[in-house]
Design a protein around this ligand. Structure first.
Ligand SMILES: Cc1ncc(C[n+]2csc(CCOP(=O)(O)OP(=O)(O)O)c2C)c(N)n1
Length: 321
């Protein structure tokens, strides 16, 4: 199925919202006492969430990692509930108990954000098994970084998913760094997609700043999964504009490298393509930015005005097994 203009415009809107949302967090997290915990952003990587989620159905499930905001917004999570959660407020999607790093939004089938590197992979394999076992017409998408592929859980999960032909799409966001380690410092192979063959599944490396190309690759993987042909590994080649977290001064990322990748901005790229195709005017693009700015301002206002959770709620929804 070709990616329609309507879908491309939706992806652009999603990326603009994610950029505004995280640009706002970049500033907010510097204000003392405003937001607790480490702030980890995916600025520059917005095409991955937008491209993948554009072709998912409501019943499909996503599992994400510490760089989750753009995945969750692309999946349709309510920006107000997300922002309130990031602020630790009672009205947040997890009642103020997850903060920015453990966001779960079951309403949109975003079941788990895990910050344990590689830990989402076996959870995704388990969900894929459940979908297959119950003959559900749905797939599981697992987002993870290039650094996760050095974890044992990556190899175990892809092996089992390949063996049992589970309906899982493994989406590796290769942003060239894992913490302060560059890709070449943590991985001996040039292509992570090539690793797929070791687990009996196709691996595809796509331009991770090209949202429509990511959507097309995801669509192919989803069709395969639903046809019972098993999982796919998609490696999205992108770049982390910011440090690992907002307190990271990026001394290990060369300035010219950052500048070169900023020229490949996924938002500018899609906007340019749509403008050149006569599908988007400058005024419409400005309208998208203004619309996203208003949504984010509203979300921040909502979060700031929301109450804190009551101490006696601390153990509500906590499972002990
Ligand atoms: C098992 C485990 N080891 C180490 C860490 C510390 N840690 C958090 S994020 C991160 C880097 C992960 O890199 P990558 O998977 O490439 O994702 P990215 O941060 O680039 O999006 C590390 C080492 C952790 N959270 N969990």
């Amino acid at each position: 199925m070709p990616i329609s203009t309507r879908m491309k415009l939706d992806m652009l809107r999603t990326m603009v919202l994610a950029r505004q949302f995280e640009d706002s967090l970049t500033l907010l997290c510097r204000e003392p006492g405003k937001i607790a915990g480490m702030m980890i952003l995916a600025t520059g990587q917005e095409a991955v969430g937008a491209g993948v989620c554009a072709v998912l159905n409501a019943d499909d499930v996503i599992i994400t990692n510490h760089r989750s905001h753009h995945h969750l917004l692309a999946r349709g999570a309510d920006p107000k509930a997300l922002m309130a959660e990031i602020f630790g407020r009672r009205t947040g999607c997890n009642k103020g108990k997850s903060g920015t790093l453990h966001l779960a939004v079951p309403e949109v089938n975003a079941l788990c954000t895990t910050t344990v590197v590689g830990a989402g992979l076996p959870i995704a394999a388990g969900l894929g098994f459940a979908q297959q076992y119950e003959s559900r017409d749905a797939v599981t998408v697992c987002f993870f970084g290039d650094g996760s592929t050095g974890e044992g859980s990556f190899h175990e999960s892809l092996n089992l998913a390949g063996l049992w032909r589970l309906p899982v799409i493994f989406v590796c966001e290769n942003n060239r760094y894992a913490g302060a380690q560059s890709y070449a410092e943590h991985t001996p192979v040039a292509s992570l997609a090539a690793r797929a063959s070791a687990y009996g599944m196709p691996g595809e490396s796509v331009d991770g700043n090209d949202a429509p190309a990511i959507a097309e690759a995801t669509l192919r993987a989803r069709e395969r999964a639903l046809a019972g042909e098993g999982p796919t590994l998609i490696e999205c080649m992108t770049y982390r504009w910011h440090g690992h977290g907002e307190a990271d001064r990026q001394r290990y990322q060369p300035a010219d490298e950052i500048a070169a990748w900023k020229k490949k901005c996924p938002i500018e790229r899609l906007a340019k393509a749509l403008r050149e195709a006569g599908e988007l005017t400058d005024a419409e693009l400005a309208g998208l930015w203004a619309e996203a700015a208003a949504i984010v301002a509203d979300a921040v206002r909502y979060a700031e005005e929301s109450p804190w959770p009551a101490p006696e709620e601390a153990l509500d929804d906590v499972w002990v097994v």
